[in-house]
Design a binder for this molecule. Structure first.
Ligand SMILES: [Zn+2]
Ligand SMILES: [Zn+2]
Length: 184
């Protein structure tokens, strides 16, 4: 059975393994990988050993991320893109009819830690995606403040953390606020 690559026009996927007991199919041209969530769950149940952290080999910049809508190589339906971490802009593509995930070249390494801790399938649930959006919004907010405050941002952040934990934080804030409004 030949499975076409969802991102290359004329390539066929070949059998491979992502881990010793985790079969998948990969494209010899774009080096992307099609992973069955059924195979993933089997591997997770029987073989996956948790790892503490992925060693950073400095290859992060070589991770691909296909922006186009992909069609599932099995059912030809459109796959859905999911971001999986606020630390990266990468997406993985899911066909929820066939339970197949497409990982662009290098993306396995980005999701490996999640996969080994049993969280790969959780990426696709609404709660995960909601938390991710909240984290992204929080980071965008911080970025705006950093741009606005410039070199004082780090100090302001420190002060803010101090106020947040201080039992008289509100009073201290009011005191400082007054110095700005009344000029006192
Ligand atoms: Zn390909
Ligand atoms: Zn499909």
């Amino acid at each position: 059975m030949n499975t076409p690559c969802p991102t290359c026009a004329n390539s066929e996927l070949r059998d491979t393994t992502l881990d010793e007991h985790l079969p998948a199919q990969s494209c010899p041209d774009c080096r992307g990988t099609l992973l069955s969530l059924i195979a993933y769950r089997d591997w997770r149940a029987s073989h996956a050993a948790p790892i503490d952290a992925i060693e950073d080999s400095g290859e992060a910049s070589h991770v691909d991320d296909n922006k186009a809508m992909l069609r599932c190589p099995q059912c030809k339906g459109f796959m859905t893109k999911f971001r999986f971490s606020a630390d990266t802009r990468n997406h993985i593509d899911l066909c929820d009819r066939c339970d197949q995930v497409w990982l662009d070249h290098g993306e396995w390494r980005l999701v490996e830690q999640l996969a080994r801790s049993g969280q790969l399938a959780k990426i696709f649930d609404a709660n995960w995606q909601k938390k991710l959006r909240e984290e992204q919004a929080r980071r965008r907010g911080e970025e705006r403040w950093a741009a606005q405050l410039g070199e004082d941002y780090a100090r302001a952040r420190e002060l803010r953390a101090w106020l947040a934990l201080h039992p008289k934080g509100k009073e201290l804030l009011a005191y400082m606020f007054l110095s700005q409004t009344d000029g006192v």
